[in-house]
Design a protein around this ligand. Structure first.
Ligand code: ATP
Length: 359
């Protein structure tokens, strides 16, 4: 039995269809991210799952029980879901322990104390039990919000942009902690984020949404290496884009031909090439230039990678330039000639249809 299922959920605000026939099933212990651009319906889908937004169409099941649909609408507090939002909204007048105990009022005192201690230990905040929220940093408060949501041992955790109020370094730390807390406790989690890197960091599977629909659902590696369309391919970071036509099952690019399986001869296509798919090597002085050579326009160290701006020597002056990403420090001088080997596993061919391309 699945931990959480949304079945054919649709949700409109007036004329605006915010969620459009969305179906998604989470297995026990799985972390799934709803990812997508602003306004694509992620929060609405999460709110329908939680019961904060009354269901309009479809069904929501938690551990096989219909909690919304078929004329039923269980309120959030009896769905056994833990909620964490971007504003962690701790009660300022209560101690940390009392904040965490808030959802445990029905338990006997001893059991309640044990649960609070367990939840605080899980998030590494046992020492702060007697403190008040204002005495804690933003990251610590977010950990308490997580402990408060976990303490009642919910069947499902629903997280909506839980790290977006934290500054960049703290965000990395808290999301690392959160991932391990969720995995250690085996908690099934649906999390909303608009940040592809965050989704890849957190998720066993990602549901990438656009305009109320799931465009692709799969592991981060599925979405990254087998994107179903240009929107998905472009969503995970900057990508080189070229246009061409299919000839004999291939499309020519300045870096070599790319297979265009399943396209009719002569089809107009778009080729998307990840910057890390362009493998660069210097051409020794005096040696002839190999096919698909490029000239360096600029090279910059970006930290873990170097970004090299390239001009294809096979294209006329003024043609769009390309970006290559090379691990570590690789800073060839301007105008140096380089040979390019294309990693075809990171070059994707899609129909050239402006309505579908780039989101
Ligand atoms: P974001 O990342 O910006 O929060 P999102 O993907 O979570 O976006 P939603 O918040 O679900 O998107 O919103 C989906 C669409 O529904 C948007 O166009 C939004 O303006 C609209 N919407 C959301 N809530 C309401 C509401 N209560 N009343 C009217 N329109 C709403």
């Amino acid at each position: 039995m699945s931990a959480l299922s949304l079945e054919h959920v649709s949700h409109a605000f007036g004329d605006l269809l915010a969620v459009d026939d969305l179906s998604l099933t989470l297995e026990h212990g799985e972390v799934v991210c709803l990812l997508g651009p602003s306004g694509c319906g992620k929060t609405t889908a999460l709110r329908v799952a939680s019961g904060l937004e009354p269901l309009q169409q479809g069904r929501v099941l938690i551990e096989g029980e219909v909690v919304a649909g078929e004329g039923r609408e269980r309120p959030p507090e009896v769905r056994s879901v833990g909620l964490v939002f971007q504003d962690y909204a701790l009660f300022p007048h209560l101690t940390i322990a009392d904040n965490v105990a808030f959802g445990l009022r029905r338990l006997a005192a001893a059991e309640r104390r044990a649960r609070v201690a367990d939840a605080l230990a899980l998030v590494g905040m046992a020492a702060s039990a007697g403190a008040h929220p204002h005495m804690l940093s933003g990251g610590q408060q977010q950990r308490i919000a997580l402990a408060r949501a976990l303490a009642p041992q919910p069947r499902v955790m629903l997280l909506d942009e839980p790290f977006s109020n934290l500054d960049a370094r703290l965000r990395q730390q808290v999301r690392d902690d959160t991932l391990h807390v969720l995995k250690r406790s085996g908690t099934t989690t649906l999390m909303v984020t608009h940040d592809p890197e965050e989704a890849m960091f957190m998720a066993d599977r990602i549901a990438l949404m656009r305009e109320g629909r799931i465009v692709q659902l799969g592991t981060p590696a599925n979405l990254y290496y087998q994107p179903v369309d240009a929107f998905v391919a472009s969503f995970f970071g900057e990508i080189n884009s070229l246009e061409g036509f299919v000839e004999a099952g291939e499309v020519a690019t300045p870096f070599g031909a790319v297979a265009a399986d399943g396209f009719a001869e002569g089809s107009a296509v778009q080729v998307l090439i990840r910057p890390e798919a362009l493998h660069l090597s210097p051409v020794e002085d005096g040696f002839p230039l190999p096919p698909h050579s490029v000239a360096v326009m600029a090279a910059r160290l970006m930290g873990r990678t170097s970004l090299v701006h390239l001009r294809s020597l096979e294209l006329p002056e003024g043609a769009p330039h390309f970006h290559a990403r090379v691990p570590g420090r690789f800073l060839p001088p301007e105008n140096q000639r380089l040979a390019v080997a294309l990693d075809r596993a990171q070059a994707f061919v899609f129909p050239r249809d402006p309505a579908r391309a780039g989101g």
